[in-house]
Design a protein around this ligand. Sequence first.
Ligand code: URP
Ligand code: ZN
Ligand code: ZN
Length: 459
Amino acid sequence: MALLIRNGEIVTVGSRVQADIYVENETITRIGKGIEAPPNAEIIDATGKLVFPGFIDPHVHIYLPFMATFAKDTHESGSIAALIGGTTTYIEMCCPNRNDDALAGYQLWKSKADGKSACDYAFHMSVTKFVKETESQLRQIVADGTASFKLFLAYRNFFGVDDAEMYQTLELAKRLGVIVTAHCENAELVARLQQKLLAEGRTGPEWHEPSRPESVEADGTVHFATFLENTGATGYVVHLSCEKALRAALEAKSRSVKIHVESVLPHFLLDKTYAERPGVQGMKHVMSPPLRAKHNQAVLWNALALGSIDTVGTDHCPFDTEQKLLGKDSFVNIPNGIPGIEDRVNLLYTHGVKRGRLDLDRFVDAASTRAAKLFGLFPRKGTIAVGSDADLVVYDPKYRGVVSAKLQHVNNDYNAFEGMEIEGRPSVVTVRGKVQVRDGKFVGERGRGKMLKREPSHF
Ligand code: URP
Ligand code: ZN
Ligand code: ZN
């Protein structure tokens, strides 16, 4: 059925225009004023609303065996939560561990999503070892449409790679034109500092940050950048959390190293005092890199406004209270992760745009367009244009609400952003022309989401 979105303010990077959007067969076919629709078309009145391209979360974990447990969401729950929050595409980290076969892992991750997600999705393929069959397996995975890799410098013996493996992955990525995302923390320093703190009897969640200080992340970032420089590959630092690491990335960029930066919602809005709360309240705010000293937040917002930070993701990774308590005797056993897939767009709009830290153009760029461009989805996703997929967010800037676990669709029993105000939320969300959300409710088709095939573009 055709869909007409009438009289909204259409916001894309570089343009704001009051117009109608007409959609046929999943695709935007016309944009203009006074478009007439056939009698059977579905009509949405967007007067007084903003119309954004569907938002893209470039960093989520849905299926994740990790730290002796599993992240809580499924593609059913995660995609519905994403859509209610305005995210119409997410890129999941496919994370087989070092003992798993990479290709079998890739098939497993795909099978978890297939037919289950209500929004579109893609994968970053984690390279967690480099053995004789790795090159041919990665070639098959890229040919299947997964044109981005992931490296972990941290989590030694599980996801983490050594320098030889990182070099081989980057060298292959350069040849294949594939962008490589990386978690940048020096694994040796993390292990040493964890041991030292535990030996001193420092076991609570407040010691998680000191075990992975800013200098350890900065060192990881420098290290990754040096490998990019010497292989010519294109890299993307995930969840960059602090000024020291940002300086390292930008210094590399100033030397023409092809490096991009993502920061994630928790690091803009939460600081390390959250993880210093007693007991399980602190554990709920443990992720890696850790929540940092507050002064870093202003640095991140400023870099985001300038575009030095390219994208805002979530690193969505839900573990419930019981799972967090796996670390009650030692912070090294607290499952690392903070969910945010449902709240990213509203909190970024509120604390970025409404608080004057971010203009609307950069908001759309950081939360949608830039990720589409970096990860081979543009212009199918990430913009509103004739020929693009009709993934649209009709956004109500007059809505007022408060983030609460009681209201969320993420499969978790707490929300790390509990009590934060939101000034705006999606009133209608479409996935390829089908209305999936209305005013905070999922009203659409489960399993509508498709895996997005992407071509390499970083030669
Ligand atoms: O704490 C985090 N970030 N958990 C998810 C795994 C990762 O490092 O991205
Ligand atoms: Zn990570
Ligand atoms: Zn992650």
